[in-house]
Write a protein that binds this ligand. Structure first.
Ligand code: HEM
Length: 399
């Protein structure tokens, strides 16, 4: 689709060109249509940093409990995970799982992350290059999450394929394809089976732990998770933890090739890699759009957004807001920040933030130390086709 994205406020979440390169369109939205209305797909969007921040914090007006992706907002989810619930119900479920994701808990995964990275990157270096997404960035997170959940290694590739496929959206399509629905069913069946097995004989893993954990319900009752609540939690952790990290590290390969002076700074001082992850999250947000249901009329920029509207919070646009970040379109691994919104903000702040940061930092360190300085031709990079996650689906590198 050809749209003049340089002057007319227009953004289409299903347009392939805009998925690849949304930043001009988002700049026009921030400048000229900070409350953007898209009639074709019936949604509003906020793109300025302050607006995305404010809406993320206001869970009463901007609810997650009626769907968080454009194709589902307005419907009450069949299988609500905590990301699709508002406080206080959300907070009860989050407490059950939070201890697995503290910086201290995830730090134990460092050796495993480094070993896996070496196993994926060394052959890529020996081969003189190849698709770094297929070889490395899409593999690492699923191995880490699936190990953390307690699933055997021989199942990890199928788990990744089902997870990727269920997020896939064809060009111009709002809903999922038949194949994506079938893969989603396969993933559910796998997890339900794992839950049943662990109910019978618990193991030393997160799924078993979830099944025996007590939680204090909103009504004050103490009870354990039902099978369905456990399933929703596992599905959420798996999907949220795989796709996003795969895209973060894929974008790292692309951006560091585009900005060789910044890559050189990192090679000279690997201690900057932690900050480089924050800058990368700001610069190329892997989860650039958060959907919300407007639960009461809201006045914004002189317009009343009616109750029941679909609102998209453009986190990816907020990361490039010149009002908040000086020289916002420059990638600078030494940039100092107060914050970014790319891991969400408020009640739904990313549960896996510490793990995402660890995998990001170690993944980048291992790329820098194991690969010669690589080159990416941006025209050869393909982007994932989803309306939630953004980043390379494939990214060929050469040396
Ligand atoms: C670069 C990697 C990642 C990015 C960019 C990312 C981004 C986000 C964002 C933007 C949200 C907020 C969603 C909303 O407000 O609707 C979120 C929530 C969440 N993320 Fe992440 N995430 C990443 C990695 C991970 C990992 C590794 C895990 C898990 C293991 C994870 C698990 C979750 C969960 C469970 C939530 C929901 C939290 C809640 O509702 O309280 N994420 N993430």
């Amino acid at each position: 689709m050809t749209t003049d994205t340089t002057s007319v406020p227009y953004w289409d979440p299903y347009d392939d060109d805009l998925r690849r390169s949304p930043y001009d369109a988002w700049r026009v939205l921030r400048d000229d249509a900070p409350l953007y209305r898209n009639d074709r797909y019936d949604f509003f969007a906020l793109s300025r940093f302050d607006d995305v921040l404010g809406a993320s914090l206001d869970t009463e007006a901007f609810s997650s409990a009626r769907g968080i992706t454009l194709d589902t907002i307005g419907r009450t989810p069949e299988l609500a995970s905590m990301i699709e619930l508002d406080p206080p119900h959300h907070d009860v479920l989050r407490k059950v799982v939070a201890r697995w994701f503290t910086p201290r808990s995830v730090a134990q995964l460092e050796t495993r992350i480094r070993e896996l990275s070496a196993g994926y990157l060394d052959p890529l270096a020996a081969a003189g290059g190849g698709d770094i997404v297929a070889a490395f960035t899409a593999r690492l997170p699923v191995m880490i999450i699936s190990s953390l959940l307690g699933f055997p290694e021989e199942d990890h590739d199928s788990l990744r394929e089902w997870s990727d496929s269920q997020l896939h959206r064809a060009d111009g399509e709002e809903g999922r394809s038949e194949a994506a629905l079938a893969d989603s069913r396969a993933l559910h069946a796998y997890y339900l089976d794992a839950i049943a097995q662990r109910r019978k004989s618990p193991r030393d893993d997160m799924v078993s732990d979830l099944l025996v954990a007590d939680m204090e319900d909103v009504g004050g009752q103490t009870r354990g998770l039902t099978d369905i609540e456990a399933l929703a939690m596992i599905l959420l952790i798996n999907v949220a933890g795989n796709e996003t990290v795969a895209r973060l590290l894929g974008s790292a390969a692309l951006v560091l090739s585009d900005w060789p002076d910044q890559r050189r700074r990192l090679i000279d001082d690997l201690s900057l890699c932690g900050n480089a992850v924050e800058e990368l999250l700001r610069f190329e947000a892997p989860s650039p759009v958060q959907g919300r249901y407007v639960s009461r009329p809201i006045d914004l920029y002189g317009i009343t957004v009616p109750e029941g509207s679909k609102m998209l919070l453009l986190t990816g646009a907020a990361g490039r807001d010149e009002r908040h970040y000086p020289d916002a379109h420059r990638f600078d691994v030494t940039r100092t920040f107060d914050r970014h919104l790319s891991l969400g903000y408020g009640a739904h702040y990313c549960l896996g933030a510490a793990l995402a940061r660890l995998e990001g930092r170690l993944g980048i360190e291992e790329m820098l130390t194991r690969l010669p300085e690589w080159h990416v031709d941006p025209d050869q990079v393909e982007y994932v086709k989803t309306n939630t996650v953004r980043g390379p689906a494939s990214c060929p590198i050469t040396f």
